[in-house]
Ligand binder design. Structure first.
Ligand code: F6P
Length: 546
């Protein structure tokens, strides 16, 4: 355990580099992006970065050369590179859970070595990937059949959080690369409507359930899995049919057996993979069935491309590091509390939801590694929805609202579809929004357009909204891998600077415990005397009456 690093974790606020950035922010804050561009038009090139197949334009961030230099100095002072290397060495950088953090091993090339307690985990990863590939091929080519001999036509992933959001997001993002003869469904919510709706049109004889849970104890997942087993057996009757219609993805073999799934049909992963960092582990089994093992490999290659870039590029050219630092600038020095992520790609419509868990479960923490409370802000609220849809919904607030929201705009130069006439309009919209949000429209410009005086104020755009544009040549498995890895490493960079543990999630425990405590009082016919707080007791009485 790196005790020196832990001891420093609570001292961000007293670093000289932090103070220098605070002072610099006072100078930059009143400066409009129009002025920044007017005094230095070359920022359109020096704030544009390329790497790992991605082009990233940060020129519309409210930063100057001096500010960026100070941010790199902060990254060095916080030891971002050393922590990154410690992660790759398999050190137990998840301090509160005393675990290694090795999602990068999930996509390490066959034959490379990463040791955890003397064991080569890359070999283990490839052993599981090979089993996944063999199984996926059988489902795809029809040689894996259901209990009554029918071909599998629907795969239902039952999981929640990291065991749902990544696969569900990927299922949409990779739809054009998927076998469309197999329906992909995702059940996550303990609300029975989720299970009921997702299975309403499915045939138990041709449905395969993947029960995906790292712990195999998560209330929602186990409730849905039990319901699925009843639903399946309702038609198939014979308990032996479970072996043909249920597989598990988990780190917990004994719970998998207890549930009744043969561990021969279990695909494992390891405690050094956080749930929200697991979509490229066996948690991605549904993804592999959808797109096939070769395209899954292509996705892993995309992850690896970004990993290599993050591990080797100097900080000054390192995409995730720069993205993380600019996020810190916006959050800690300019004081913006949220980040909107807007993919200009319908395929990426679930990407903002996926990022919410990745960013907010990782960095939504107020405790430093040394146990002290942060005296600086940490993770912003991450939210978003696809463009252009969101332009006709919440963009009004982004353009003229009283709060400033930094934004990540994500796009692809060439689309997956061949529908004519749409792509130029989509690209025009991403550029137009970036322009409008950053430069705005002054009242003089509005007047020049002939606007009547009483409407000038309402039609003025202040601009000066910080925007980053992320562009890749085309969507697809490789592009998805790069994009997810970039955000993973951005989150890592920010967590190191904030001095927090980006890999635990203690904040979700309390609610889970309380729900288990409250549930018996809400069982039908329960006559117990609720012994919770007065507000909860009152609700329990009300729910029982209705
Ligand atoms: O409750 C939060 C959480 O633990 C997430 O971190 C995780 O991704 C999710 O629940 C699901 O957990 P599991 O895969 O163990 O069912």
């Amino acid at each position: 355990m790196d005790t020196a690093f832990i001891a420093q974790s609570g001292k961000l606020g007293s670093l000289q580099e932090y103070g220098a950035l605070m002072s610099h922010a006072e100078v930059v804050r009143p400066t409009h992006l129009r002025t920044l561009f007017a005094t230095d038009p070359t920022r359109a090139s020096w704030l544009c970065f390329e790497g790992a197949g991605m082009r990233v334009d940060h020129s519309r961030q409210r930063i100057d050369r001096g500010g960026l230099r100070l941010l790199f100095a902060l990254a060095r002072a916080r030891g971002v590179e050393a922590r990154r290397d410690a992660m790759w060495r398999g050190e137990r950088i998840n301090i509160t859970e005393d675990r290694s953090v090795l999602h990068v091993a999930l996509r390490a090339a066959r034959g490379t070595k990463i040791l955890v307690d003397g064991r080569d985990v890359v070999a283990d990863v490839h052993e599981v990937l090979d089993r996944m590939a063999a199984f996926s091929r059988r489902v795809r080519d029809g040689s894996w059949v259901g209990w009554t001999g029918k071909r599998i036509r629907a795969v239902v992933n039952i999981g929640i959080g990291g065991s749902d959001l990544g696969p569900a997001m990927a299922a949409l993002a990779l739809r054009p690369w998927s076998d469309r003869s197999i329906a992909m469904r995702f059940v996550s919510n303990v609300d029975g409507d989720d299970f009921a709706e997702q299975t309403a049109d499915l045939d138990p004889e041709s449905t395969l359930f993947i029960v995906a849970s790292k712990t195999f104890t998560t209330l929602e997942t186990m409730t849905n899995a039990t319901t699925a087993r009843e639903w399946s057996l309702g038609t198939l009757k014979d308990p032996r049919s479970v072996a043909k219609h249920f597989v598990a993805v988990s780190t917990n073999g004994s719970e998998v057996s207890k549930f009744g799934i043969d561990t021969a049909n279990m695909f494992g992963f390891w405690d050094w993979v956080g749930g929200r960092y697991s979509m490229d582990s066996s948690i991605g089994l549904s993804t592999m069935i959808a797109i096939g093992p070769e395209q899954f490999d292509e996705m892993l290659a995309g992850f690896r491309e970004m990993d290599d870039h993050f591990r080797t590029a100097p900080l000054e050219q390192n995409l995730p590091v720069i993205q993380g630092l600019l996020g810190i600038w916006n959050r800690n020095f300019l004081g913006f509390p949220t980040l909107a992520v807007v993919p200009y790609s319908h395929l990426f419509s679930r990407f903002p939801a996926y990022l919410q868990q990745l960013e907010m479960e990782s960095n939504g923490k107020f405790v430093c590694l040394d146990g002290s409370r942060v005296t600086w802000e940490t993770c912003p609220v991450v939210w978003g929805e696809t463009g252009t849809n969101s332009q006709h919904a919440y963009f009004q607030m982004l353009h003229q609202g009283s709060s400033i929201v930094p934004m990540d705009l994500i796009g692809f130069r060439t689309p997956a579809h061949s529908v004519e006439g749409h792509q130029p309009l989509l690209m025009a919209n991403i550029l137009a929004q970036a322009q409008a949000l950053s430069f705005g429209r002054t009242s003089d410009e509005v007047r020049k357009d002939g606007c009547e005086e009483r409407l000038v104020a309402a039609r003025t755009f202040e601009g000066n909204r910080p925007i980053s544009v992320f562009m890749q040549s085309a969507p697809g498995p490789r592009a998805l891998g790069r994009m997810v890895a970039m955000y993973e490493h951005k989150v890592f960079t920010q967590g190191v600077i904030w001095g927090i543990d980006s890999f635990d999630q203690w904040g979700v425990e309390l609610g889970k415990k309380l729900a288990v405590h409250i549930a018996p009082d809400l069982e039908p016919g329960s006559k117990s005397t609720p012994a919770h707080d007065p507000a909860t007791n009152a609700w329990i009485h009300w729910l029982r009456e209705s």
